[in-house]
Design a protein around this ligand. Structure first.
Ligand code: MG
Length: 191
C-alpha cells in the first residue's frame, strides 16, 4: 500500500466536502467497469488500472475532502504494481484515510457523462456496489447519467463526484455547563 505521508493535518471541522473528476477513453475488447460493476458492452475503459472512471472520481473526492494527496500521487501509473489494478483498492485506501482522519461519509453524489452504453438499467446495481464499498446505505449514493451533447467526447466516459463528510462522534465527555450559563442561553432563546 502507498506510504505517502504528506497529508495536511485535518482540523476537526464538523463537516467537510470533497470533489473528484476523471475521464477514460473507450478501447475495444476490454471489460467495461463502472462503479465496480462490469457492464455488458463491446468496449471498455482504457487506463493503467482497470479504468473504472467512477471509482477514480470517488477516490479523488474522498482524498480531497481531507486534503490528502490525489489518486495519481498515491497510485502513480508509472508504478507497475497498479497495472490492471482493481480500483476498489484505491477507494478503500482513500476511505481508510478518511476514517483515520476522524470522519465518516454522510452521502455521495456522482454524474456520469457518456454516449453509450445506457447506464439507466444498471444504476441500481452500481449504487448498491458503491454503497457496499463505502459502507453506507444505497440511499446515500446518488448516481446520475447524461449524454455528452455537443461536447465531442463520444469515445470517452467522464465522472464527477462530490462527497460530504461529518466528524465521527467521539467518546462522550462531561460537557455539563454551569447552571447559570445554560439559564442565560434559554433566557436568550425566549426573547
Ligand atoms: Mg482514472
Amino acid at each position: 500500500m502507498p506510504t505517502t505521508n504528506d497529508q495536511r493535518p485535518t482540523t476537526l471541522l464538523t463537516i467537510r466536502i470533497g470533489y473528484g473528476w476523471d475521464s477514460h477513453e473507450f478501447k475495444p475488447g476490454i471489460p467495461l467497469l463502472i462503479g465496480g460493476v462490469q457492464l455488458p458492452y463491446d468496449k471498455g475503459l482504457g487506463g493503467h488500472s482497470d479504468g473504472d472512471v467512477l471509482l477514480h472520481a470517488l477516490t479523488d473526492a474522498l482524498l480531497g475532502s481531507i486534503a490528502a494527496p490525489d489518486i495519481g500521487s498515491l497510485f502513480p501509473p508509472s508504478d507497475p504494481q497498479w497495472k490492471g489494478a482493481d480500483s476498489a483498492v484505491f477507494l478503500k485506501e482513500a476511505l481508510r484515510r478518511v476514517h483515520a482522519a476522524g470522519y465518516q461519509i454522510v452521502n455521495v453524489d456522482s454524474s456520469l457523462i457518456l454516449a453509450a452504453p445506457k447506464i439507466g438499467p444498471h444504476t441500481a446495481t452500481i449504487r448498491a456496489r458503491v454503497a457496499e464499498l463505502l459502507g453506507i446505505p444505497p440511499d446515500c449514493v446518488g448516481i446520475k447519467a447524461k449524454t455528452p451533447e455537443g461536447m465531442g467526447t463520444d469515445n470517452a466516459a467522464i465522472a464527477h463526484s462530490v462527497i460530504l463528510l461529518e466528524k465521527k462522534a467521539g467518546k462522550k465527555k462531561n460537557n455539563a455547563r454551569p447552571a447559570g450559563k445554560s439559564k442565560k442561553k434559554s433566557a436568550r432563546r425566549k426573547r
